[in-house]
Design a protein around this ligand. Structure first.
Ligand code: KIV
Ligand code: NA
Length: 264
């Protein structure tokens, strides 16, 4: 697979060629995923749950993400790697730039921040200084205690309009990619149509420009809760490379996610 860049991702949106993404936290899985068709790797702060066993992502530090980004990057020079900025590491533009720089030096190609319009200045500062940004709207897990649980977001029209306005603000600030998590599929389509940058969905239906899953969910080994939007691809394929390939072909064809994995 040739090297993926932000230009590739834009081209893929334009050509309606779905972007395949998975989380990974180490070199071996990152390489396996890349070798079997995954185009984007996210070093997600989901590692606070699936690696560290936490109830949420709030305990993850910038050092944790930098460490795992280094591990993932060691898997291949060719990977397009997004590194999550952890809880409270981007509360001011200065902190944001300092912490994002550490993740870029660890091998990231882009950093991801959770939140809307309030991030405008930070995203502008990051992109001006050469750090590409991925936004994240809908169910933003670092705000789980504000939401009162891991709940679908954007069901009320007022909330939906806020998400669309936030998405436009992120794009205007310079964000080059946007993750949409756990929102109704119809809203994900409205957001995707309103933007020129690509959207990557998780629990957001199959009209986004790409899909992402937490790797542990893809193979059905998440400790605890398995979300409605995920699918165990290991069950029907029997081995890891085939499970990854099947995920990628199903994302490309639009077969995954199907109606049973989406929120109305
Ligand atoms: O941390 C993570 O794995 C994520 C994805 C679920 C998008 O943010
Ligand atoms: Na995350």
């Amino acid at each position: 697979m040739s090297k993926i860049t932000v230009s590739t991702l834009n081209k893929m949106k334009a050509e309606k060629n779905k972007i395949t993404a998975l989380t990974a936290y180490d070199a071996s899985f990152a390489k396996l995923f890349h070798d079997n068709g995954v185009e984007v790797i996210l070093v997600g702060d989901s590692l606070g749950m699936v690696l560290q066993g936490g109830d949420d992502t709030l305990g993850v530090t910038n050092q944790d993400i930098a460490y795992h980004t280094r591990c993932v990057r060691a898997g291949s020079r060719e990977l397009f790697v997004i590194a999550d900025m952890p809880f409270m590491t981007y509360s001011s533009p200065n902190d944001t730039c300092k912490n994002a720089a550490e993740l870029m030096r660890a091998g990231a190609n882009m950093v991801k921040l959770e939140g809307g319009e309030w991030l405008f200045e930070s995203i502008e500062a990051l992109t001006q200084q050469g750090i590409p940004v991925c936004g994240h709207l809908g169910l933003t897990p670092q705000s789980v205690h504000v939401f009162g649980g891991f709940k679908v977001q954007g069901r009320a029209e007022e909330q939906a309009l806020k998400i669309i306005a936030d998405a436009k603000a992120l794009e205007a600030a310079g964000a080059q990619l946007l993750v949409l998590e756990c929102i109704p599929s119809a809203l994900a389509k409205r957001v995707t149509d309103a933007l020129t940058i690509p959207t990557i969905g998780i629990g957001a239906g199959n009209t986004t420009d790409g899909q992402i899953l937490v790797m542990h969910d893809l193979v059905g080994i998440s400790a605890g809760f398995i979300p409605k939007f995920s699918k165990n691809f290991l069950l029907e394929t029997g081995n890891m490379p085939e499970a990854v390939k099947k995920y990628c072909t199903d994302v490309k064809s639009g077969a995954f996610p199907s109606a049973e994995h989406e929120f109305k």
